[in-house]
Design a protein around this ligand. Structure first.
Ligand code: FE
Length: 187
C-alpha cells in the first residue's frame, strides 16, 4: 500500500524521484514542480494553490511508467493518481486543482485560440491522448466545477514552468505553505 502524503513523504518522493525527466521537456520533475510553485507564490496565490502547484504532477512520481509514456501512446492519467493520493491527506483546495489541471488544459484549448498555438510539442502530443480540446458545451460545464478557476491558474503556471536553468529553492522553502493549507482550512 502507498504511504500517506505527509510533508515528509512528499519530500522523500521528490528526493528519490524528482530527478526524473518531465515528459520530453528540458526540466526535471523537481525543477518543473518548483518553478510552478514559485510562479504561484509570485502571483500571491493561496497556500493551498501554491502546494497544489508544487504537487500537480506528483502522479508522475507515483506510477511506474516511463517518462516517454505519451510517445508510446499511453495516457498515464497522472492527474487522477496524484489528486487521489493528495486528497487522502489534504483538503480539496489542494487536490481539486491537481485533479483538474489536465481538464483545464482541454478547457483553455477550447476557449482561448492563442493557447493551443502556444503549447510545447510534448504538451500538444499528450493533448490528443487526453481527449483533445473541450467543445463550447464542455467548456461551460468545466467552469461549474469547484476550483475550476484555480485549476486554470495552475495550468498557466504549469505551462510556464519548463525553463531550463531557472534558480531553484529547497523543498523546505514551501513548509510555510503546507502549514498555511491547514490554517486556510480552519478559516
Ligand atoms: Fe506539469
Amino acid at each position: 500500500m502507498r504511504s500517506v502524503a505527509t510533508v515528509d513523504t512528499i519530500r522523500g518522493l521528490f528526493a528519490d524521484r524528482g530527478d526524473s525527466g518531465y515528459g520530453g521537456e528540458a526540466v526535471t520533475q523537481w525543477e518543473h514542480a518548483v518553478q510552478a510553485a514559485l510562479l504561484a507564490e509570485a502571483e500571491g496565490a493561496s497556500s493551498s494553490l501554491v502546494v497544489a502547484a508544487l504537487l500537480h504532477d506528483v502522479g508522475h512520481l507515483l506510477h511506474g511508467l516511463p517518462d516517454d509514456a505519451p510517445d508510446r501512446g499511453i495516457d498515464d492519467v497522472h492527474e487522477r493518481l496524484g489528486a487521489d493520493w493528495v486528497a487522502a491527506a489534504w483538503p480539496e483546495s489542494v487536490a481539486a486543482p491537481i485533479r483538474l489541471h489536465v481538464p483545464a488544459k482541454r478547457y483553455l484549448c477550447g476557449s482561448d485560440p492563442d493557447y493551443l498555438a502556444g503549447l510545447s510539442p510534448p504538451s500538444r502530443q499528450s493533448l490528443a491522448l487526453q481527449g483533445g480540446p473541450f467543445s463550447a458545451a464542455e467548456c461551460r460545464a468545466f467552469e461549474q466545477f469547484p476550483f475550476a478557476a484555480d485549476a486554470v491558474r495552475l495550468r498557466r503556471w504549469d505551462d510556464a514552468a519548463k525553463v531550463a536553468g531557472t534558480p531553484l529553492v529547497p523543498f523546505d522553502h514551501f513548509l510555510p505553505h503546507f502549514a498555511g493549507v491547514l490554517a486556510e482550512r480552519s478559516t
